[in-house]
Design a protein around this ligand. Sequence first.
Ligand code: ADP
Length: 644
Amino acid sequence: MLTGIGDQITIQNKALDIIWMNQPAKDIWGDVIDKKCYKVYKGLDVPCPDCYVETMFNEGRTVVSEQVDILPDGRRTPILVTSSPVRDAEGNIVAIVDVGKDITERKLLERKQREYAENLEKIVEKRKELEKQLKEYTENLEKIVEERTKALKESKGKLQAILTGIGDQITIQNKDLDIIWVNQPIKDIWGDVIDKKCYEVYKGLDAPCPDCYFETVFNEGKTVVSERVSVLLDGRSIPVLVTSSPVRDAEGHIVAVVEVFKDITERKLLEKKLKDYAENLEKIVEERTKALKESEEKLKAMLAGIGDQITIQNKALDIIWMNQPMKDVWGDVIGKKCYEAYKGLDERCPDCYFETVFNEGKTVISERVNILPEGRRSHILVTSSPVRDAEGSIVAIVEVAKDITERQELEQMKTQFINVAAHELRTPLSALKAHVELLEITSKNMNLPADVNRRIGIISRNAKRLAVLINNLLDYSHLEAGTIKPKMALGSLKTVAIQTVKEVFPLALKHRHILKLTTPKMLPFIYLDKEIIHRIFGNLLSNAIKYTLDGGTIDITLLEEAENLHVTVKDTGIGIAEEDLEKIFQPFHVADIPESVHFPSEFERTGLGLAITKRYVTMHGGKIWAESRIGEGSTFHMLLPKVK
Ligand code: ADP
């Protein structure tokens, strides 16, 4: 029986020697009879520390224990050992039988069971956690849904407000062309049109419009923008811009079409105005271009027709245009430098005034002598003016040259004639004057009739007048002919001024004028021709006396300035009109004297004094000009350069 049992059975005696074992035990352990149990089953050299054999011998109890045996192949095997006492006939315990049950599988099962239980616990826990998460998630979801619903409601409200607020008209139609929503502006115009067909309401038709584009929007999902004419209820038709867009449901299916109508009456008007304006502009441009062309042609014809020579130079002094008269004289010299073509120079003229024209934009008038290609000298008066582009920048210089050779020759002839005539007149006049003066003196003692004396007086005065005129004429003709050469030397302007004042003093006194000379103590000497300066002062002072009514004041001032000595002769006389201020320096110009002014007939008026004076001042490198107002006296200014 014992042998047949599958469990391992071994019997140990009190000394722990194995004294019997069944086949299964032997199968595992080999025949280990007589060996110590602790050695065989545990590989120990001493009894196991928890050995219960003693207890069993003493108490005779059966002990069931779980142990781990280390098999000969090294495997550790869990064993359930039932240890029971073996008694002899007298009942004495003589040995212990161990029945060992291999519980490896049970153990495995137990472990699996345990693991399963543990897993189950984990799963339960996980589920709980999942449940919790699910709850939280659901709660969150609810919240989100709530918020979204609220937001949606708000945005719907906003959208509604926007759609309602928009001035444009908005209408929504479904696929059957029923109007399903409209905003206020539509309602304002068309009234309540919901559920009516769009073509009925907006077009007054019984069937869909022939050009209905709803298909396009519905089938292709496209937005269509079109310009149409809407006929309002009051019969007015207005141009509208219609934007038709698809309306989609949550799945993206097109369920309706929204149409936004924009009243473009104003835009259309504006477009029309713009068109009209553009057309007008075109017309104007066309007309202007024509006019420009005409005027260009006229200008060309004019420029070509002008007898004066015209040439245009650019900033680099290249000749860029010339008219026919210019070409007739110089040939076609376009592209050449002006100084090469007109002067035969390799570089610009030393007195080139182009900079002045270019930089200051001034027109310069100058007199020049040109040697023409044929060798003839020609006197020309050149007016050089800036040519500006559309922005006003100076891009070129136009020069108009007037040939004044003939005029110049005539002037010369005139001067010569005056010169000859004056000379020829002077000799008989001198004789006449001398005899009349003599007659005046002697006639006083001859008791001649008063009338004869008066006539002698008239002859004498006119002879003097004639003498003054002839002297002036001679001076002027000499000046013009360039035969007067000043004798310049360092001298005192003050001395000449004092001397002249002294000389005219009796005349001033005669007319009860106050004559004042103001001059600094020290005044530098300048280069001057004493005789000429004396004449200048004489002329200015006698004019001041002449053109000031009796009892006036004449102030002469000498002043030193940075570069000049400044002379002023100021009177309280009849004054000069503005338009005469420049002209009085031209020869033979006498300004009109108002009739109200009683001008003494004893004074000569030849209109030559200031012309001569100006030339004298110019000879000295100086300047002269007048400031005056009619009835308010005059001031003559003269600048004479100091020695540098
Ligand atoms: P005239 O012999 O005529 O005085 P001038 O050449 O000296 O010739 O002067 C030219 C003109 O200028 C005069 O005719 C006069 O009209 C005007 N004129 C000159 N000086 C004065 C002045 N001090 N006051 C007013 N007019 C003057």
